[in-house]
Design a protein around this ligand. Sequence first.
Ligand code: AMP
Length: 473
Amino acid sequence: MTFLALGLIDPLLRTLETLSYQEPTPVQKQAIPAVLAGRDLMAAAQTGTGKTAGFALPILQRLTLAGVVAPKSVRCLVLVPTRELAEQVYDSFRTYGGNLPLRSFVAYGGVAIEPQISKLRKGLDVLVATPGRLLDLYRQGMVTFESLQTLVLDEADRMLDLGFSRELNEIFEALPKQRQTLLFSATFSDAIRALAGGLLNDPLSIQVSPRNTTTKTVKQWLIPTDKKRKPELFLHLLKQRRWGQVLVFVKTRKGVDQLVKTLLDEGVAADSIHGDKQQHARLRALDRFKTAQVRVLVATDVAARGLDIDALPQVVNFDLPTVAEDYIHRIGRTGRAGAEGEAVSLVCADEVELLAAIETLTRQVIRREEEPGFEAHHRVPATGAEAAVAKVAKAAKAAEPARKKRAFTGAPGAPGARSAAARPAASIPKGAVIVTAGRGAKSTARASAKSAAKPAAQSSAKPAKPGGRGPAR
Ligand code: AMP
C-alpha cells in the first residue's frame, strides 16, 4: 500500500518522498482514510507507531482543501500533555505541511505568553497546546474556537495522569459541538473510556502495537563517565573501536553545535541536525551523511524524528533523552529490518533518574561497561530493583551509629523495628518498606522504589495546579 493509494494530495506526497517514508505504517493505513472521510477516531497507539503522521497528514489535507482562518481563531486544536510532546507534534505539523500554505504554532507554559498571543492574533490553522496554557490564553480572550473543525487529544491517558481533567473539561465546554474528534491513548482505562464516550461520535477504533519496542537486534550498553569527559570519551571510542558512521544524539541544540565543533577541530567529518536549522539545511546534512560525506551526524531528538537511514550500525546517546520514549526512537534508528546494530549511551551521575525511567519503560537493566581511563569520579548510582536495595542498605548504614549508640546507653529499640542493617541487603525483598531506627530511612526506601518505577516524562512534569505555570504547561 502506498500513501498515494490512501488519497493524499500531491504536496503531501512530495514531502513524504523527501522524508523517505516509503509506505504507511499500520496506524497510518487505518487512520488516514478515516480522518480524510471526516470520521472520529479512538486509537490505541503509542509513540513510535507513526501515529503523528496518521493524524497530521489527513488534517493538513482537509484544512488545505476547505476553509480559511479568521483572526484569533483556530481550525485544528491538538492537545498534548507535555511541552516536549507539544514541540514534537508541532515540528511534525511543520514538516508534513512544508509544501502547504497553512499557519501553525505551539503554545505551552513556562515560556513567555506574548509570542503565542501575537501568533494567534491572525488566527492559526493548527494550534498544538498543553491544556494549562491554552486555558490561560482562552481566559484572556486571545483565542476563540467558533471555527474549530478538528480536535485531537494526543496521549490522552498521560493528560489524565498529569491531572489535567479539570482543564480539559473547561476547554471542551468552549468548543463547538459540531467537529471531528480524534483521541489517541496508549492505554484505555475506565477514565479514558468515559472521556471518549462523552467526546466521540461513532468513532472508528484502531489498535496497533508499537513499531519500535527496543528491538532485539540492537545491542545496548552504557558507559558510566563524568559529564565533562564525554567529548573526549566519544572521540576515544570512535578511534579505538573503529566506528564507521555514527548517529549521535545530544540533548540541546547548543550541545550539538559544541560537539560538532570538537569533532571538526579533531579532523572528524561531522554535521548536525537540530531545530535551529532550516529544513533544507537539515535535509542537506542528512544527505551528506547518507552519502558518507560525513562520518558523524549529531542530532537532537526533535530534529531527528523522521530520519530513516538504512543499515546504520551505530547509535550513540551522548546525553540520555529527557523523555524516556525517545530512547526507543533513538535506538530504533539502528538494527532495522533485522540488521545488527549497537546503541551505546554515555551516562553521567546526574542522568541516573533518566536512566531509571528508560530502564523501567523498556523493562531491562542496561548493561554497564566501564571504559578504562574514563571511569566516573562522580559515581553513576545503581538503577532498578538493585538501586532500591542499595538505597535501603545505605540508609540503614547511616542509621547504624544511632542504633549502636542506643544499644550502648541501654535505650530500647522500637518494638518489631528490626534494623535493615542487621540483615544482608540482598535478602531484602523488592519493594519492601524497611523500618530502621534512622529518621527518613523509611521514606528513602519508598521514594527510591517509586523513582525507579517512574517514567521520566512524568517525573519531569508536575501535576496540574489551577492556573499553574508548571514545566508541562
Ligand atoms: P510517531 O509515532 O508519530 O512519534 O513517529 C515515530 C517515528 O516514525 C517518527 O520519527 C516519524 O518521523 C517516523 N515515521 C512515521 N511514519 C513513517 C513512515 N511511514 N515511514 C517511515 N518513518 C515514519
